[in-house]
Design a protein around this ligand. Structure first.
Ligand code: DCP
Ligand code: MG
Length: 416
């Protein structure tokens, strides 16, 4: 769609919405146990090495944040309520949220367990302007699931995501097209998804602290601070970015990573867990209609020794079976190096859209089979949640403490 601002043409619609659940895991626990309402509640491992996965807003007023060591959180709030994570339960509720979104808007792109982008331009005739659609979605989620969510809206996905963060908790903020640059100007550069501490430091060297200041430095300086992302960020800052759904240019990989409170010492157990992760990554690929050329296994021992090994697939794939074979092979090759495992991650890289892959070359009986079987499993998981459906060999693969189990890429989730 073209953005025309000439006389007579209608104003451009801020039709890209970003919906993100508030304090998702913690809100679910509070909903399920109303006695916890108003208390500093965190979800995470209670053990000595536990980490905060989610913090309720009352916990946040005490300075508690995701990824903080539980010991620190306890110090900040001696009355802290720690709830162990229930991954399958959150995934079921996530599927319910996505079902609600899909019932109103055809164009939905889920990007993590609790957030999605929506293109609501096609839903306007039925449901009204983006403000009304955002309100409808939030109200429906509240009424049907008794959970708070926030929505940002804009002409671009990046700005919509920034707006939803500004709207939290339990709010919505739709930025009119013509006000985009003005809205962004006072915000810290770290508000932009993917601008992490390194990029922030690079920009600070040029005296740039806010998004507005990005427009004041020469493009050569911006290129030095941000590298190849400079043009994209420049467009964002001046309000001309129009990247909508299905343009996940930065997501060249996706994966899952877990840290455990207790070291894993049993090789079979490690194999089971990375198998579950490989399945999870494959499911994320299929959901994004992507295939991967490479799979990466990362392992860390308690002393911090980290091994990252990758394996290139003969065909780009979204098959859990293929990814499992490769990560298990990598594990078998490296297991003698690490006797104890504290962290493991599986990542799919060199992604491409599924449609661009010449599947006809791959349609052997075997690959045809995996596609049918795994597509059927995806439908069952979407319907019933993962807990109801597990492969026999992975039944004991209990979830660890989630660090961020479902992020499409870590950069997407760099937060201020
Ligand atoms: N999560 C996690 N580890 C992290 C970050 C998040 O396990 N380091 C999990 C718990 C969160 C969920 O993912 O509830 C969603 O992540 P968000 O970043 O959206 O954070 P919240 O929903 O908890 O809070 P907010 O209200 O800021 O969105
Ligand atoms: Mg959230």
């Amino acid at each position: 769609m073209d953005a025309r601002t000439g006389t007579g043409s209608p104003p451009e619609v801020p039709g890209i919405l970003h919906l993100d659940m508030d304090a998702f895991f913690a809100s679910v626990e509070v909903r399920d146990d109303p006695g916890l309402r108003g208390l500093p509640v965190v979800v995470g491992g209670a053990g000595a090495r536990g980490v905060v996965a989610a913090a309720s807003y009352p916990a946040r007023t005490r300075g508690i944040r995701s990824a903080m060591p539980m010991a620190t959180a306890r110090r900040l709030a001696p009355d802290l309520v720690i709830v162990p994570p229930r991954g399958g339960h959150y995934r079921e509720i996530s599927a319910q949220v996505m079902e609600i979104l899909g019932s109103v808007v055809a164009e939905v792109e889920q990007i993590s367990v609790d957030e999605a982008f929506l293109d609501v331009r096609g839903a306007r005739r039925l449901f009204g302007e983006p403000e009304q659609i955002a309100a409808l979605l939030r109200r429906t989620i509240r009424e049907e699931l008794d959970l708070p969510s926030s929505v940002g809206g804009s002409v671009s996905r990046a700005v919509a995501k920034i707006a939803s963060a500004q709207a939290k908790p339990d709010g919505q903020l739709i930025v009119p097209a013509a006000r985009t640059a003005e809205f962004l100007a006072p915000l810290p550069v770290s508000a932009v998804s993917g601008i992490g501490p390194k990029a922030v430091a690079g920009l600070e060297r040029f005296g740039v602290h806010t998004i507005g200041q990005i427009r004041e430095i020469p493009s050569s300086a911006l290129a030095r601070a941000l590298g190849p992302r400079a043009p994209e960020i420049a467009h964002l800052a001046d309000g001309s970015d129009r990247t909508g759904l299905g343009h996940r240019v930065r997501d060249k990989s996706l994966g899952t990573e877990r840290t455990w409170d207790e070291d894993l010492t049993d090789a079979d157990e490690v194999r089971r867990r990375i198998t579950v992760m490989a399945d999870d990554v494959a499911r994320q690929l299929r959901r994004g209609e992507l295939v991967a050329r490479t799979v990466v296994l990362k392992l860390r021992s308690p002393d911090g020794t980290t091994i990252t090994r990758s394996s290139t697939l003969d065909q780009p794939t979204a098959s859990g079976e293929r990814l499992r074979e490769h990560v298990v092979a990598l594990w078998e090759r490296e297991r003698h190096r690490l006797r104890r495992i504290r962290l493991a991650g599986v990542r799919a890289t060199h992604l491409e859209p599924e449609a661009s892959t010449p599947y006809q070359h791959e349609l052997t009986a075997r690959s045809g089979q995996w596609r049918d079987l795994e597509a059927a499993m995806d439908r069952a998981v979407d319907r019933f949640g993962t807990t109801s459906l597990s492969r026999g060999s992975t039944l004991s693969g209990a979830p660890g403490t989630a660090q961020r189990t479902d992020a499409p890429s870590p950069s997407e989730h760099d937060r201020p």
